[in-house]
Design a protein around this ligand. Sequence first.
Ligand code: FAD
Length: 516
Amino acid sequence: MPKLPTSQTPYPEELASLPTHLFRQAVEQAALAISITDARANILYANAAFQRITGYDQSEIIGHNESILSYRVTPKLVYESLWAQIQRQRPWNGLLVNKRKDGSRYLADVTITPVVNEEGDTTHYLGMHRDVTEVHRLERQVQNQKTLIESMVDAAQVAIVLLDEQAQPLLDNQEYKKLASELDTEPAAILLTELRAKMGSAFEEAYGKHHNIAAREIAITQSNGLQRWFSCAVSWFEEHDVGADAFYEPLRRHYLLLTIQDISELKKQQEALRINSLHALLSEQERIQGLRETLAGAVYQLEGPLNMLSAVANMMERRRDTGSELPATSALEEAMSKSREALDTLRACIPDQGEEVIQAVNLNEVLSDVLKLTTPNMLGAGIVVEWLPVEGLATIPGQPAQLVNLFKQLVANAIEAVNEQRGGTRELRLSCRPLTDHFEVFIEDSGPGIAHELRYKVFQPFFTSKGAARQHLGLGLAMAQEVANRHGGTIDIDPEYRHGCRVRVQLPRATGGRHE
Ligand code: FAD
C-alpha cells in the first residue's frame, strides 16, 4: 500500500496556486460527513454534512471523541483493527453502526486517513463517512429474496437448471443434481439435443428468438438400457448487464431456464392402461370375429342340405307338372321356406365387424404391442424371444387393432407350437425388414412345424390340426389371412424352413412411401 503523503511531500504546482480558503470551503460544503480529530480521535472539526447526518451541531460535537457516535454493537475487534491500521499510518475503511444525537441508528461507511507531520508523526485523523443504511437494507433484501428463491427452487419437485448463452449450467437445484447423478451425464445437454431432434426447425426458431417452449415429452435411454420419460419446458430470462460499461448502454444477456419433470412412472401407468385397453379391445374383436365365423360356418353348413332339399323339391315340382303330384310336396316347400327364413335370421345375427379407421401405423409399435400382450404366455412357457425391429420408421396405412390381432394370432400359434414340443430349444423370433414397396414380418418358432401338404389348408376356415378336444375352431389363421388381405398383403408359410415354422407376412407401404 502506498505511504500517505506527509506535510513534507511537495504540493503540485497547480495546487499551490489555489487559495487555502478554497480547500476549507470545499470540505465545508462536501456532501460527505467530514471530521478532523487529534491523534486520540477527539473531534476538532466537523463539516455541515457531518452535523446533518449525526444531528449534532458544531458546539455539541467539538471536543468529544468520535466514540460518541458508537452504538456499542460494533464488535471490539473491528475497532482494534481500525486503530491498528491507522496507527501504522494506513487508511482504514469499514462499516460501523453509529448512533445519532436523537438515539436513532445508521450504518456508516467510514474512511479514516491519518495526517502525518514533517517528523513522520500522526498528528491528526481525517474521518469521512456516509449513511449507507438504505443501500445495506436493499442489499439485504435482495440477498433475502435470493435465499428465499433458492430454497424454493431447491425444494421444488421438478429439476431446474439455468444455462448461459453457451448452454453451460449456471445454477441448478437438488432435483437436477440428483438427475445428473442418475444419468451419469449433464441432463440439460441430452434433453436439449432430444428436444431439438423432436422439434426440428421449430426449436431453432424458438431458440433463436428466445421464445418459450411449452412442456414436451422426451424419452431417453439410460446406459443400462432403461427408458425414461421427461416433460421438458424452456423459458428465457433476460438480464441487464451490471457492469459499469453497460451503465449508459445497456447490454442484455439471455439465460435459458430448463424445467424437467420425470414422468416415467406416469408413462408406465399410461402404457399399462393402453395395453389393458388394447387387450380388452382385441378380446372383444376376437369374440365378435369368432361369432361371425361360427355363424357364417353354420350358415354355410346348413346351406348344403338346404340346397339338396331344394333340388329334391325341383324334381318333385317337375313330376307334379306331369300330373303325378306327391302329397309331401307342399309340406316340403313349407319346410324349405321355413328353413330359408331361419337361415336369413341366422345371417342377420352375424355381428358387424366395426370398421376401424385407416391410419398411418408403425409396424414396430404394432409388433412391440403384440410382444407386450403375449409376454405373460411366453414367460409361462419359458420361451426365449428375439425381436428385430426395423431401424427407423416402418409405417404402413392400416387398421392398428386389426394388425395387432393378426400378429397376436400368429404369435399365439407359435407359442402353442413350441409348447407342443417336448425338450429341445424353446425359441420365438420376430423380425421385420423393409423392402422397396412393402415390409416383411417373419414369425419363426422352434416348434414341430407345419407339414408340407398342409401349408395352404391351415388357412381354410374350420381347419384345425388340434382335434375337437382342444376346443380349436380353426379360425385363427383364416382370420389372420383375411386381415392381411384387407391390407393388400399376404401370409404364407416358408416351405424351406426346417427348424420349426416360419410364417411370412407381407404388407404394402403407402403408395409412393419410402423407408425413412
Ligand atoms: P474505545 O475504548 O474508544 O476503543 C476500543 C478499542 O479501540 C481499544 O481497545 C483500542 O484497541 C482501540 N483504541 C481506541 N482508541 C485508541 C487510541 N487512541 N489509540 C489506540 N487504540 C485505540 N467510531 C465509531 O463508532 N463511529 C465513527 O463514526 C467513528 N469515526 C471515527 C473517526 C475517526 C477520525 C477516528 C480516529 C475514530 C473514529 N471512530 C469511530 C473510532 C472511535 O474513536 C472509537 O475508537 C470507537 O468508537 C470505539 O469506542 P469505544 O469507546 O467503544 O472504545
